[in-house]
Ligand binder design. Structure first.
Ligand code: G3H
Length: 476
């Protein structure tokens, strides 16, 4: 069995007990990774990370930028191997896995660029700019200490790198806990970081059972910033039990696509199908409900169904759109949502087709969904798409905003006059006009409201969230 050691304080270590990583495409055990299952050991990891930070923070900016670039280059030169690990570990299509690795390398390089801009342009207050008399106040950006990063399975490299890169370039040390389905790539990244030359303790891959130790991790005294991507239940608990740390939480969504009466329906259908079904809907920004008026309903549904019926379904190595779901529980959960909807009068537009041995759920559009159905509100993280018919725009907006989530939204229309007015009525972080929702390009701020999150990501905002300021005021 492939038993992989993880990097803690500059050493590759093993543990008595292991966590099991399965291949979702065949349910076979892929690897065993360390299960760090000891409170004192966990506390010590943070203490060592803090000690490492005390030295690393004084390294030169140029050295940190060069280290991050070296780390990025190593990821780039190992991209096929990394993509293969992603494909096996989380059943993402090989080509999409490769794109994810490349996007991560770009993210690192862009982080270097934006960090240098921030550092070279400290905020200055003086007479000429703000009328501040007899003082020149300069505010510098500094690291905060130990950053704790907790990442999900669905972007196992990209959502780790988007936390590690800003933390490292700014002079923080990092303890990160990858999702167990994602731990192989997490450890591989640690190996490459070690090879790049990060000093012991600056980067630590803490593989552990988060259900048991989650509270201990996030409340550790040395943790000064926490960046978490995962579910709202866990994220909301983190917000409750932490204090005086920088908190960035990305917690999922139920992104609506609102199709207005004057929309280009072909464009809307293309974007909706792409947004709802890529990576089998296992994206927090996937379109997870469609609102269409009775005027356009039949035509839009026909277009969506035509496209959904053509989606390719299969194993990740063949690069289909619909790939295996992350595990059998997710398959069951999606089927429960489908059955609940059908029992309350919804119409399944495709037959229910499941291949349990590969965790493959075939895509399904569910028509005539109403607010009594769980699928109208819950996040499936699977390839199922509810269609909700509205009579008046106000009714659609009310249902959209009644969701506990507010990550992103899409509005389809051919009339851009006053579109901002409508967009601003939608309670979500970002509203995409005539496009499906998505986090990228990564330079854009990315955030959710309500149960979708707290704090802001995106290249610049992530750096801001992992740094603090120090002012030097020269009195004249
Ligand atoms: O799953 C959550 C991700 O942040 C979504 O990223 O919009 O690039 O797919 P994406």
């Amino acid at each position: 069995m492939n038993q992989i050691k993880t990097l803690i304080n500059g050493q590759f270590i093993n543990t008595k007990n292991s966590l099991e990583v399965y291949n979702p495409a065949n349910n076979e055990l892929l690897a065993l990774v360390p299960n760090i299952d000891d409170e004192a050991q966990i506390n010590d990891i943070f203490k060592q990370a803090h000690n490492a930070y005390l030295k690393y923070k004084d390294s030169s900016i140029e050295d940190r930028v060069a280290l991050l670039e070296k780390f990025a280059s190593l990821i780039e030169s190992n991209k096929e191997e990394l993509a293969t690990i992603i494909m096996n570990e989380v059943a993402k299509g090989y080509k999409d896995s490769l794109v994810e690795v490349e996007r991560s390398v770009e993210y690192m390089r862009a982080t270097n660029v934006e960090y240098l801009k921030l550092i070279k342009n400290p905020t200055v207050f003086d007479q000429s700019i703000h009328g501040v008399k007899n003082k020149v106040a300069t505010y510098y950006r500094l690291p905060v200490g130990v950053v704790l990063a907790i990442s999900p399975f669905n972007y196992p490299i990209n959502l780790l790198i988007s936390k590690l890169a800003p933390a490292l370039v700014a002079g923080n040390s990092v303890v990160y806990k990858p999702s167990t389905q994602g731990a192989m790539i997490g450890i591989k990244l640690a190996e490459l970081a070690h090879q790049a030359g990060y000093a012991p303790g600056v980067i630590n891959c803490l593989t552990t059972d988060a259900r048991k130790y989650g509270d201990l991790l996030v409340t550790n005294q040395y943790v000064k910033a926490l960046s978490f991507t995962g579910g709202p239940k866990v994220g909301n608990r983190m917000a409750q039990i932490t204090s005086k740390i920088s908190l960035v939480l990305e917690l999922g969504g139920k992104d609506p696509a609102l199709v207005l009466d004057d929309a280009d329906l072909e464009l809307a259908a293309n974007e909706i199908v792409k947004g709802a079904f890529s990576y089998s809907g296992q994206r927090c920004t996937a379109i997870k409900r469609v609102f269409v008026s009775s005027k356009n309903h039949d035509q839009l549904l026909t277009l969506i169904n035509q496209k959904v019926n053509q989606l390719t379904v299969g194993l990740p190595k063949d690069n289909p759109t619909i790939v295996p779901l992350i595990n059998n529980n997710t398959v069951k959960y999606n089927i429960d949502l489908l059955e609940d909807a059908k029992s309350k009068g919804a119409v399944w537009c495709q037959e229910l087709k499941v291949d349990h041995s590969h965790n493959l759920l075939y895509p399904m559009v569910v028509d005539q969904v109403n607010e009594q159905m769980r699928i109208a509100w819950e996040e499936p993280f699977g390839p199922i798409l509810p269609i909700i018919v509205y009579d008046h725009l106000d009714q659609a907006l009310e249902l959209i905003n009644r969701s506990e989530y507010g990550l992103q939204a899409s509005v389809f229309t051919s009339n851009l006059d006053n579109i901002e007015q409508l967009a601003l009525q939608i309670e979500s972080g970002t509203i995409n006009i005539n496009r499906s929702s998505s986090r990228g390009p990564d330079i854009l701020p990315f955030f959710g409201v309500k149960d979708s999150g707290f704090g802001i990501q995106g290249i610049v905002d992530a750096i801001l969230s992992m740094t603090t300021i120090k002012g030097v005021v020269i009195n004249k």
